[in-house]
Each structure stands twice: as C-alpha cells, then as structure tokens.
Design a protein around this ligand. Structure first.
Ligand SMILES: Nc1nc2c(ncn2[C@@H]2O[C@H](COP(=O)(O)OP(=O)(O)OP(=O)(O)O)[C@@H](O)[C@H]2O)c(=O)[nH]1
Ligand SMILES: [Mg+2]
Length: 627
C-alpha cells in the first residue's frame, strides 16, 4: 500500500498518542473500516479525493494532485489503480479507514485480500454503464464475507446517466448473488465524485458528501473484537522500507498491539517465530503516524516483522492463535520469463543474469498473492502465473524501470485435466458497442469461439452483448476490438470457470517480417519493404538477425534485409523522395506486443525499450523446429 510517508516525524514512543486510551479514537464505536470497490474507472479514487478534501485532510490552499491515492508512477501514467492503498479520514468524532482498491480484473487478488481488512464496502456503480463484470466479482466476494454495502451510483452528471435503471440492475445483482436480507437493505447515494457532491435521490438536491459519510457511519458496523483478548493481527500486505525493514500492514482483529512488546509470527506452514514490535503506525490522510498502541479494528503498519508473509497472522507472544490464512483465486494464465539472450543483451540493463531474474521474481511472488513462480528445468527460464496480460505487463514494466533485462513469451492459459477431459479457462465477456459495430464484433467473437449468451438493447443506440469465450480467444483481441469499434467499444471480461477445450483458435493470422542480418535500417530498404506489410523499425534503428521488424501481410514469416543500401550506380536518383514515401514505423506498446507475439516469438525487454524477436534467431534453426 504505497502511501508515501515522511519518516522525519518518527519520534520516541513515550509521548505518542495511544489508540486505545479511554475517550480516544480507539473506542471502536468511533471507528469504521470500509473498502471502496467497483469496476475499473467508475470513480473510486476520485471519490476518495473528495472524501479526503471534505474531511479536512488538506488545507484549503494546499496543492494536491488529482487522484492522489494513485501514487505509483505507473498508476499515474495509465490512469488506473494497481495496488490497494489505505487512508483514513475523520467525520465528526468518527475515524473512517478507507481502502481504495483497483477495479481492473487482473488485480482482483488485491481486492480479495483487502476485503478481509474491512467491515463493509462502498460499492460504486457508474450511472451510465451500470454494473459490469468486476462489479459482480467484487460484490460476490464481499457478500461471501458477510459484509454490508453502501451503494454509490456515481457520475450522475453524465448526459447518458440512467440512475434508476442502474439501481434496478444493482438490486438484481445483489439478488442474483444471494445477498442476505440485511445485505439487501443497502443505502443508496447518488454522487458526482469529481465534484465531491452527493444526494439521497437521483433527482434530489445535490450537496456535499455528508449523506455518504452519514451512510457509512450508520450502516457499516464498528469493528468487533476485544482489546483484552489475545492478540490477532491479519497481515494483508508487506512492504519493504529502507529505514524500517519489512513493514507488515494489516488489521488488528482482536487484542492490543504495543510497541516494544514481543509477538509471535504464525506462518502459513505452521512454523512460528518470535519478534519484537519495533514501531507501530496508523494511517492519517496520506501520512503514516506513529502510535504506541493500537486496538481492535485498527489498520496498522508494523516495523520489525522480519519474515512475515502475506495473509499470515501476528499473534500473542504466549498464546498464539492464528487466523485462517488469506487465500485468493487461483491464477488462470502463465507467461515464460527468461534471461535476455539476444545479441544486444547487456547493453542497457544493470540486472541481466538468471540469478537477478530469479531473485526479483521470487520477491514479487512473496509480495503478491496472485502471482506464482515456478522454476523450470533450465535456470534461465521461469514460469510466472497470474491473472491476466495487464498484470504481467505491469510487472514487466516495473522490472524494466528498475534496470532489468529479460525476455518473455506469449501468455498461455492454464489447462486442467478432469476425468480424462482437457479443460481450459473461460471468461464471461461483456461488450458494449454502438449498434453499427455489432455485426463485426459478433463475427470476430465467433472466430475466437465466443458464444453469445445474452443481448440487451437499451434503445440508446448501443447494445450490450454477453459471451462465453475461452480465455485463449480473448488474448490479443483488445487492440483489434478497439480498432473495429473506432475506439468506442467497451470490452470487459471475468474468469468464469473451466470448461472443455474449445479446439484450435488462430491467434494471429499474419506472419512476421524477420531481419535476415544485423545492421542499421536504411530508408531505401524501408521504402522497398513497406509494401510487404507494416514495419516496426525506421531508418537508423539497429537490428539483429532474427529480430522481428514488421508484420507480414501474408500468413507466413518472411526473412528480409532491412539494412540494404542503394546501389552506387543509382546515386543520381534523388534519395530525398525515398524519405517522402516512408510510412512511419508502428511502435507498439508493451501490452500490444504481448498481444502480438506468437508461441515461437519473444519480446526482448530492456530499460531502453523493447524489441520483438523469433525464439530461434538463426533461420535454419527455425526451419528445423517447424519441419
Ligand atoms: N463525469 C464524471 N466523471 C467522473 C466522475 N468521477 C470520476 N470521474 C472520472 O472517471 C475517470 C476514472 O476515475 P478514477 O477515480 O480513476 O476511477 P477508479 O474507479 O479509481 O479506476 P480504477 O482504480 O482504475 O479502477 C476519471 O477520468 C474521472 O475524472 C463523476 O462523478 N462524473
Ligand atoms: Mg482507482
């Protein structure tokens, strides 16, 4: 939980505020723990901004950037939340701990474990888009844990908002997910998170966020647990800290944590270790504030917890009684991570060996419950298991920025064999497009073995289509879908269980243009080759043999010479007009590259950028393996 903290305020603990003094905030009736959950982009982080402002966390003249909780570089660049993060605000006498969560389905694991920290959720739903697959996923997880919800219909300022219908859909969703009677009695708040405004009815006067704060205080129960009981802290995150060592973040379920006291770390494998609480923090706005003790319901960060793992329990020193360890849904896909062994290896990166790669991936698997690492028979090759292409792309991008070089293969789905039948993961895909694109989308989904299960026409010119489709079929489809719908379509999907293997699905119908020798790309070669397909390189770029330099318009690979110089005898014809005819190269993003590569290809990743290549750089090796 990447809340940025200044360590300068750390002082000796004797004068620190205690969270369990009578009359202080720790009286659990004055505490609420709530997670904000929704489908991607429905406005969670924006709403947290507004809650921070209106609870007086910032000075009125303070310069605070938008979506301040999205503090990671990649979160800001991509405009999405990747990691769940904690903050706390005050409303009157009540302290409200809020956990902002990511809405993208690849990061569903973050949400799952976050829900174990809270006593209720704010379920945000876009007033135009309505409940989408991730709304369903997060709500089902919350309902399973017995949590109550406050429903926030957000973005009622949208011109296409249809809050009443959306609310009906939300009720249907609760019923469909078998919510209890109590869970069905959720309060509803209508909001414009971007303006920090809310109301109790869709037509009602829109004021500040007081109705939302009131709904949280009255509908979400205060934490249970007794301060005098043996200690139990559920660890939901472990973050490295260069000053304090590993910080365990979690919730005090019962008992009281005190600095300098001994505790027992109860590990997943039933082993135990005893350590001392070196320092204890709670969240306050965007800061971490040191305290001397913390009671039930507190969300804390604890220093000195060397060796603690995610989902494990910090328990009483004498009477350790561990909680059930947190588990999250199984991964559905894997990707091969290997060292970079291209001819350009080591040019740009600081960490290039298999040892570096293994250590980094191990660290990731320890700190992220939804990522698993498997070693292979080769020390240069690892299998990383996770939930989706975006999750992988984020990990790769982080490693690249940290100075790693590596190469990765095409994402693979995880199959299972059940009663002799090979099964593969399926997704429930939900597509929202303008009517005019429907035909094309249905056709493309059909090619990818998608079966339409439902169609709703809102009468607004847009249709909503639901498909059941092998996860495999969706790999690589997003870019094509956006092109086909001129960027206006919405495509979301959610893992929907294992079913029979659907047979062959053609992932890419085009071949690659492959450099047949190394050197620098010439403008002359570019002009001659661009009729064959689309080039990924431009004049001056350095290439090596076996590197993919473009997409062939035919289905087979083609070896080409992109370094060809014009013959001297042709010198008289102008070289300038060559440049005019040049089509600029297509520079693919990492996600696009991941969608593009086939099984016999790799993406080479370095701090200075990435390239596509054939697994076998030597054309003779390639012929041998395909023969
Ligand atoms: N029109 C309108 N736009 C809003 C409102 N609230 C948020 N937005 C916009 O919706 C977009 C997504 O907002 P975020 O707060 O990042 O959404 P999020 O739910 O945190 O997204 P993830 O964390 O990636 O799942 C941003 O462009 C916001 O400006 C609103 O009330 N009305
Ligand atoms: Mg967000």
């Amino acid at each position: 939980m990447g809340v940025q903290v200044s360590h300068s305020e750390t002082t000796s603990d004797s004068r620190l505020p205690s969270l369990s003094e009578p009359g202080s905030l720790s009286q659990t009736t004055q505490l609420r723990n709530v997670a904000i959950v929704a489908h991607v982009d429905h406005g969670k982080t924006t709403l947290v901004d507004a809650m921070l402002w209106q609870s007086g966390t910032f000075r009125s003249n303070q310069d605070v950037r938008e979506r301040v909780m999205d503090s990671m570089d990649l979160e800001r660049e991509k405009g999405i939340t990747i990691m769940a993060k904690n903050t706390a605000v005050r409303y009157g006498d009540t302290r409200i701990n809020i956990v902002d969560t990511p809405g993208h389905s690849d990061f569903g694991g973050e949400v799952e474990r976050t829900l174990r920290m809270v006593d209720g959720i704010m379920l945000l739903v876009d007033a135009a888009e309505g409940p989408l697959p991730q709304t369903r996923f997060v709500l089902s997880k919350a309902l399973e844990l017995g949590l109550p919800a406050v429903v926030v219909i957000n973005k009622i300022d949208r011109s296409d908002a249809r809050p009443q219908q959306v609310l009906n859909d939300v009720y249907d969703l609760f019923i469909d997910l078998e919510a209890s009677d109590h869970q069905l009695e959720f309060p509803v708040i209508y909001a414009i998170a971007r303006e920090g405004r809310s109301a109790l009815s869709a037509e009602g006067p829109v004021g500040d966020l007081r109705p939302l704060f009131e709904a949280i205080v009255s509908h979400i129960p205060p934490p249970g647990g007794h301060g005098a009981d043996p200690l139990q802290v559920l660890v939901t995150n472990v973050q490295p800290d260069s000053y304090l060592g590993p910080l365990a973040v979690g919730r005090v379920i019962q008992g009281t944590l005190r600095t300098r006291e001994m505790v027992t770390l109860c590990h997943r494998d039933d082993s135990r270790t005893r350590v001392q609480v070196n320092a204890l923090f709670v969240y306050e706005g965007l800061e971490r504030v040191e305290v001397s003790e913390a009671g039930p319901g507190s969300i804390v960060a604890i220093a000195g917890m060397e060796g603690i793992g995610l989902g494990e329990t910090i328990a009483d020193a004498e009477n350790p009684d561990p909680l059930k360890p947190i588990s999250v849904d199984e991964p559905t896909m894997s990707m091969e991570f290997r060292i970079n062994d291209s001819p350009f290896s080591g040019r740009a990166g600081r960490f290039v060996t298999s040892r570096h790669l293994r250590e980094r991936l191990r660290k990731e698997a320890t700190g992220n419950l939804s990522i698993r690492l498997e070693e292979t028979d080769s020390p240069d090759r690892f299998l990383v298991y996770g939930r989706g292409e975006l999750q992988m792309a984020i990990l790769i991008e982080q490693m690249r920025r940290e100075g790693y070089e590596l190469s990765v293969g095409m994402p693979q789905v995880l199959t299972r064999k059940i009663d002799g039948e090979v099964q593969e993961p399926y997704e429930a895909a939900l597509i929202d497009v303008a009517e005019e694109f429907m035909g094309l989308v249905v056709q493309k989904m059909g090619i990818r073995r998608g079966l339409m299960t439902r169609m709703v026409n809102h009468g607004s010119g847009r249709v909503r289509l639901e498909f059941s489709i092998p996860s495999r079929g969706l790999i690589g489809y997003r870019t094509e879908f956006l092109t086909d719908t001129k960027g206006t379509g919405i495509l979301t999907h959610l893992f929907d269980g294992y079913r029979a293997w659907a047979g062959t699905i053609v992932h890419r119908t085009t071949g690659a243009l492959v450099a047949d020798r190394g050197g620098r790309v010439t403008g002359y070669a570019v002009v001659n080759l661009q009729e064959r397909g689309e080039l990924f390189v431009g004049p001056g770029d350095e290439v090596y043999r076996g590197m993919i330099v473009g997409e062939n318009s035919r289905d087979a690979d083609l070896d080409v010479n992109v370094t060809k110089e014009k013959k001297l005898t042709n010198m008289r014809s102008s070289t300038a007009d060559n440049f005019e005819k040049q089509v600029p190269p297509r520079r693919m993003s990492l996600e696009e590259s991941i969608e593009f590569v086939r099984d016999d290809e790799l993406i080479e990743i370095t701090p200075s950028g990435f390239r596509l290549r054939k697994r076998h750089l030597d054309p003779n090796d390639r012929k041998r393996t395909t023969a």
